[in-house]
Write a protein that binds this ligand. Structure first.
Ligand code: HEM
Length: 240
């Protein structure tokens, strides 16, 4: 009964995530960029833009330039999250890919970096008057949700073990449209329930900045307005 409920929940959550993110990406890709607005100093070639985006994604370059504290906690959180997620691949792959095996020991420590980063980012929204003023309930909710997922995961890892083989059988089963028994310990069910909520709200939350940042004209435009005239498609229509 519980297994079926969670199976349906995860099918629904996956559909929301994939279709929701797909629709958002389509919307961003079609949004007009009528003006040349790269933040200068900006690259003057396409290759330069690729390098700029690479630095944004890999070391959060512009955030580093603008605020060292947010950078520190934000970076800790994101790198921790990335390693934790890579580590989770072992629940979905059989045989487990070699690099997923390599990442296992780092993944464990990464969970500390992840929650430390989140706590720092959350503290800032309480301690700084200006940040407290501009924080919405959803800003707090996202941090609370990610922290609850992190803590429930760490609880299973360090305090009360769950049957991870059964978890794997359940999830690899779902990928073949079979419903197997899911262990029913409350912490696992909490962890998974919160993850499903995260997947469902991801496309309609601020977390959509992950794919969204690639569509930011101030970062992805080449700074060549003199060499090449910038003409938005709708403006080109008017010139005909
Ligand atoms: C369907 C997806 C997921 C499943 C099946 C899952 C399952 C698990 C399990 C079974 C553990 C315990 C590991 C152990 O005892 O060795 C765990 C730990 C953990 N999970 Fe998840 N989880 C999922 C998604 C996520 C997501 C999206 C996040 C982060 C946003 C997350 C964060 C963590 C953390 C921080 C830990 C503790 C460190 C670790 O063992 O890697 N999990 N998860």
């Amino acid at each position: 009964m519980l297994s079926t409920l969670y199976a349906l929940l995860f099918y629904a959550a996956t559909a929301f995530l994939v279709i929701g993110v797909g629709m958002k990406i389509r919307k961003y890709a079609k949004a007009p960029a009528p003006l040349k607005i790269p933040i200068t100093p900006a690259p003057t070639t396409r290759g330069g833009v690729v390098w700029r985006m690479f630095l944004e994604v890999s070391v959060f370059q512009s955030l580093f330039k603008s605020n060292k504290w947010i950078w520190l906690f934000g970076y800790l959180f994101h790198v921790g999250l990335a390693l934790v997620l890579l580590r989770h691949f072992r629940y979905f792959t059989d045989p487990v890919w070699f690099w997923v095996e390599w990442v296992q020991p780092f993944g464990v420590y990464a969970s500390f970096a992840m929650v430390l980063g989140l706590l720092g980012l959350w503290a800032r929204r309480f301690l700084l008057e200006r940040m407290r003023y501009i924080s919405n309930p959803s800003d707090h909710l996202m941090l609370a949700l990610l922290l609850a997922i992190g803590f429930s995961g760490m609880f299973m890892k360090f305090v009360s073990k769950t049957d991870i083989i059964a978890v794997k059988v359940f999830f690899t089963g779902l990928m073949r449209f079979q419903i197997n028994e899911l262990p029913s310990d409350p912490i696992l069910l909490t962890h998974l329930g919160l993850v499903a909520i995260l997947m469902i709200i991801f496309p309609i939350s601020k977390l959509i900045h992950a794919p969204g940042m690639f569509f930011s004209p101030s970062r992805n435009q080449v700074d060549n307005p003199r060499e090449k005239r910038h003409l938005a498609p709708w403006a080109a229509e008017l010139e005909k």
